[in-house]
Unconditional design. Structure first.
Length: 460
């Protein structure tokens, strides 16, 4: 090996001028994707200009090359850089500095530059197949060299083996970059130093703050709030602008914020279905609610249905309240075979049974009465009866005398008015026993002040 090395050194002066122009090309394989401003894949033939820079932004290009490429249906392409020029100079990648590649589509603005990571190794590795860029066959063989050269080689070889041993070659190892599995790296500085970012991808799922996301997108915060902020030019981009959603540090409550003086709207099928106004009013079917909650229907019923596991959940189950289409009547409907109870202060005050019986003060109204009042009842107007003639308009069931019963008597005359005509105590007197039957005749006691006339007539 030592002899071969010495032979090469000796042959360099003879070979430099003949081989420099024949230095093999340095080529870089590059793949990319071309889209329009909306992110849609472009197609057809496009002109791409590739430039290599020293910096991620700014600066003049170190090298330029233009290719006309045919994009596939997904906008993808692959080119070999260096094929239209004398190749990519290898000394670009032997100075220990980062290199950046910019791509310009036609005459449009240059796309953001990407760092060239793997190419330097490939370019430098190509030197392993050559000697200083020259092929082995470009050097003279030992058996074709003149005798004097052979002797010189032999002499120098013996001298180096004796008093000038070949020094060991040293090299600088490239430090390995450590990273976390699934985590997408980022550049820590403009020198191309890589480190872990907060983004990860695993099995088609994207994680922010976690390297093992559970769903298509997962945001995780080991400490602090786990919030996503949405802003635009109208809201501003400050920490108190736009909208947030997520969970606060130390809480389990999902929160949805609009920090602007504006509403929150929920859409389906491109139509507003529910709105929470800036003042807290909720509108269902209307984007401008008038009260704390407003349910509106432009067509059809405006009903709220309440169901449970007991009632079932079909369209004819549970309870409804609201207004029907074309009918302004407010309705409360219990579709079940059960009562409707009205409560105040935690107690039932009125009940409407499934049979339509109304109880006030009782949850179990009498089945024989449409209205059952358990307690005193005050009526400021009249009890108007439309029962047929001969049917008592009022029946009082009591085991005691009913005091102050001002029922209409004798042509509408009250008891006080009847007294002036001498008709008093028809049910008896203060010192007399109640009316009684005696020998099939009625015994009636009269206590009259003034004249009294008794007339007889046919039996009614």
């Amino acid at each position: 090996m030592k002899r071969l090395l010495i032979t090469t050194i000796l042959c360099v002066p003879y070979a430099v001028s003949a081989t420099f122009a024949q230095m093999p090309l340095r080529l870089i394989s590059f793949r990319g994707l071309v889209t329009d401003v909306e992110g849609h894949a472009r197609s057809g033939i496009v002109g791409l200009t590739f430039a290599i820079y020293e910096d991620a932004v700014g600066g003049a290009p170190l090298w330029l090359e233009t290719h006309n490429v045919a994009l596939d249906v997904e906008g993808r392409y692959q080119v070999i850089l260096g094929t239209t020029t004398d190749g990519v100079p290898s000394d670009f990648f032997t100075r220990g500095a980062a290199r950046w590649l910019g791509v310009q589509v036609n005459s449009e603005a240059e796309l953001p530059r990407v760092q060239i990571l793997s190419v330097p190794y490939a370019v430098v590795a190509s030197e392993a197949l050559t000697l200083a860029g020259r092929k082995a066959e470009e050097f003279a063989l030992l058996d074709s060299v003149r005798d004097t050269v052979r002797q010189e080689v032999k002499t120098q070889t013996e001298e180096m083996q004796g008093s000038h041993p070949v020094a060991a070659t040293t090299s600088t190892a490239v430090a390995a970059t450590t990273s976390t599995a699934n985590v997408i790296p980022k550049y820590l500085d403009t020198n191309g130093t890589l480190t872990d970012s907060s983004l990860a991808e695993s099995g088609g799922r994207v994680g922010i703050g976690t390297s093992n996301p559970s769903y298509l997108t997962q945001v995780h915060s080991a400490g602090g709030h786990a919030l996503i902020q949405l802003t635009n030019a109208a809201t501003g981009s400050g920490p108190a602008d736009g909208a947030y959603f997520g969970v606060l540090n130390g809480e389990k409550i999902f929160r949805l914020y609009n920090l602007e003086d504006a509403s929150i709207s929920f859409y389906t099928n491109n139509v507003t279905r529910m709105t929470i106004g800036a003042t807290g009013k909720i509108g269902i079917g209307t984007p401008a609610p008038n009260y704390l909650t407003q349910l509106h229907s432009d067509s059809g019923h405006a009903l709220l249905q309440l169901t449970s596991g007991t009632t079932g959940g079909t369209a004819v189950d549970g309870v409804y309240f609201g207004v029907l289409a074309g009918d302004p009547t407010f309705r409360i409907m219990n579709q079940e075979n059960a009562a409707i109870d009205l409560f105040t202060n935690g107690a039932p005050r009125m009940t409407i049974t499934a049979a339509g019986k109304v109880g006030i003060g009782t949850a179990s109204p009498s089945p024989s009465s449409l209205l059952h009042v358990a307690g005193n009842a005050t009526v400021d107007g009249q009890f108007v009866s439309t029962v047929p003639t001969g049917t008592p308009p009022l029946a009082v069931n009591s085991t005691t005398q009913v005091a102050n019963l001002n029922a209409s008597l004798l042509g509408g005359m009250s008891a006080d008015a009847a007294r002036t005509r001498g008709i008093v105590y028809l049910g008896g007197c203060d010192t007399c026993s109640p009316l009684a039957d005696s020998d099939d005749q009625k015994t009636i006691y009269f206590n009259v002040v003034g004249p009294m006339t008794i007339q007889s007539g046919p039996e009614q």
